[in-house]
Design a protein around this ligand. Structure first.
Ligand code: DQA
Length: 144
């Protein structure tokens, strides 16, 4: 089982970016935790971050035939990226939307994800643990 983790804009700043909302864990530390848990579970992961919508779209397109599932934190693109949504629909891979913060308990606009509808489900509000839950969700989908 190969899982592609994608991270959208500003997530490279985790650890220093609004730690009261996003926590103090860096993206590199989250990646390390995901890799370690994936190893225990016998899964392979690729973990990427980009501030560029087109790069994220290209990575989603290239995932077809290379990965079994995508776990993505689209960050700010959650609310704007029709292109990422269309790419997820196009590749027909199971996708799981994850967020560190509980997007439903914040500003109104953060509830309006346009990505979630083309995902199997959404995990939101568990901090860095959302990534581990995303990993488990990806693995359980394949066992269905
Ligand atoms: C986020 C939530 C989004 O609303 C925000 O734009 C982010 C991070 C999260 O992980 O909590 O950049 O996706």
């Amino acid at each position: 089982m190969k899982i592609l983790f994608l991270n959208g804009p500003n997530l490279n700043l985790l650890g220093q970016r609004q730690p009261d909302i996003y926590g103090k864990t860096t993206l590199a530390e989250i990646e390390e935790r995901v890799r370690s848990r994936a190893k225990e579970l016998g899964a392979a992961v690729d973990f990427r971050q980009s501030n560029h919508e087109g790069e994220l779209v290209t990575w989603i397109q290239q995932a077809k035939g290379q990965f079994d599932a995508i776990v993505l934190n689209p960050a700010g693109y959650t609310y704007t990226s029709v292109a990422m949504r269309d790419a997820i629909s196009a590749v027909e891979l199971p996708a799981i939307e994850i967020h560190l913060s509980n997007v439903h308990a914040r500003e109104e606009f953060r509830k309006n994800t346009i990505i979630a509808a083309v995902c199997c489900g959404q995990i939101s509000g568990f901090g860095a643990e959302s990534y581990i839950l995303g990993l488990h969700a990806a693995l359980s989908i394949k066992l269905k």
